[in-house]
Design a protein around this ligand. Structure first.
Ligand code: SF4
Ligand code: SF4
Length: 220
């Protein structure tokens, strides 16, 4: 998860949209899997990531979270993250050849890297993280192409509204200062957005919007 603090130390000073070009193209990451190791609990999965991985692997959300994406506590919220394993802390989806075994369904965080998101003023921009990817031959690419994400406009709207829901949840829970209420709310978010199955045939974003509307009504 990208931290907002100290951003000036990690970026190139530019705010990008998906229509901009950025020096992010690592040309298939040939021979490198640096960003798939040693990431600790930082590759946090959003509800779309979980749905996409479950659909790809033909497993339930419970199985994904139980085997591949343990829950962690992130800034007051309980969220799943990619499991890292072994001495070099490899992502659980990194295969023996050092390639991603779920490439077509890789999480949004992995699609962006070495880009990140910077949320500000009720929107977000992409930023280029300058210390993260050691590839010496990176070249410029249109961000939209690099993200390789269908229906990018809908995806970006989803990412912003998920970020905002979590931010507002933290704020409401902090103000309330009631641990039991925070625990119950976290369980609600977990069940409603991660564990309740989404239709594999249907439109993820449509189902997501229905759940978001209900959560928003409850959070007021
Ligand atoms: S560190 Fe850069 S080149 Fe290496 S796998 Fe990650 S994005 Fe690809
Ligand atoms: S899901 Fe794939 S791209 Fe993402 S960290 Fe794991 S192996 Fe790397």
């Amino acid at each position: 998860m990208l931290r907002q603090e100290g951003i000036e130390e990690i970026w190139d000073g530019r705010l990008y949209t998906s229509l901009d070009m950025a020096k992010a193209d690592c040309h298939g990451c040939e021979g490198c899997h640096t960003c798939c190791c040693g990431m600790g609990e930082s590759v946090v999965l959003d509800p779309l990531d979980v749905w996409r991985l479950c659909t790809h692997l033909h497993i339930s959300q419970e199985e994904l979270i139980g085997r591949y994406a343990p829950l962690g506590y992130v800034d007051g919220c309980i969220l799943p993250h990619l499991a890292m394993q072994g001495a070099d802390e490899r992502c659980i989806f990194l295969n023996e050849e050092g390639r991603c075994s779920v490439h077509a369904a890789r999480p949004g965080f992995c699609r962006m890297f070495p880009l990140g998101r910077y949320y500000h003023d009720a929107t977000f921009h992409y930023i280029l993280q300058i210390h993260e990817c050691p590839c010496p031959t990176r070249t410029k690419i249109k961000i939209k192409k690099w993200l390789d994400t269908p229906e990018l406009g809908r995806y970006e709207a989803f990412a912003l509204s998920w970020h905002d829901l979590l931010a507002d949840s933290r704020s409401v829970m902090q103000k309330a200062g009631e641990p039991e209420m925070e625990k119950n709310w976290n369980m609600y978010l977990l069940k409603s957005f991660y564990l309740q199955p989404y239709s594999t045939e249907g439109d993820f974003y449509e189902e997501w919007e229905g759940r978001l509307k209900k959560a928003r009504q409850l959070l007021i």
